[in-house]
Design a protein. Structure first.
Length: 212
């Protein structure tokens, strides 16, 4: 059973999440964080398996604090539920280790599916968040035409969570060649992180959404 802490300043939202978790034997609610003042102290003492953050206000828990969560509670995985969809903040959180990102429009089943994915260490984001991240001008993504067939193969395997060693073995190439391909791919696509590469692969239908 995975321990969960809810961080949210709205009582009704906390009760709703508690109801969803209460009927599921895979998760155990061990605490609530209702304001920014108690965020650090409670997180350090409770050290949950998953932190569910309903970020209803820019002043509740900011992006920098969530990005530095491992310093407060090593091993805690994060699910953010928020309608603050500024692209830069979403990307910063996902690049900083947040595994789940949903909006308040998401229902019970999607929340539970996300939590189950997070337990397995898999990233899960809803379609609305995906649209925010992949919002690019056509000329910014047309560079994909410069990719070689081998680079596309490597992109698919990276997005499917294969390690560099596994990619080398599957493609019968050296691990050094895999590193070279990765470097060239990131440069050609103007991407900055593995998260962006996975999202690119989803956008181009190289893998199915949420397969990662």
């Amino acid at each position: 059973m995975t321990s969960v802490v809810i961080a949210c300043s709205i009582y009704l939202v906390r009760e709703g999440v508690k109801t969803i978790l209460g009927n599921n034997e895979s998760f155990s609610l061990i605490g609530e964080i209702i304001n920014k003042a108690e965020f650090r102290t409670k997180l350090k003492s409770l050290k949950p398996g998953i932190l569910v953050v309903y970020n209803d206000s820019k002043d509740f828990i900011d992006t920098d604090e969530l990005s530095e969560l491992n310093k407060l509670s090593a091993g805690t995985k994060i699910l953010v539920i928020s309608d603050f969809l500024k692209k830069e903040n979403v990307q910063k959180l996902l690049n900083g280790g947040v595994l789940g990102y949903l909006t308040k429009e998401c229902g019970k089943n999607e929340i539970l599916t996300t939590l189950e994915s997070i337990v397995r260490g898999e990233k899960f984001i809803c379609n609305k968040i995906l649209d925010v991240i992949l919002e690019k001008k056509h000329d910014e993504i047309s560079i994909e035409n410069d990719l070689t067939d081998r680079e596309i193969e490597v992109i698919k395997l990276i997005a499917e969570r294969y390690s560099n060693q596994e990619i080398a073995e599957k493609l019968f190439i050296s691990i050094h060649t895999v590193y070279t391909h990765r470097k060239n791919i990131m440069k050609k696509l103007k991407l900055k992180s593995p998260v962006e590469l996975i999202l690119y692969a989803i956008d181009k239908s190289l893998i199915l959404p949420y397969q990662n």
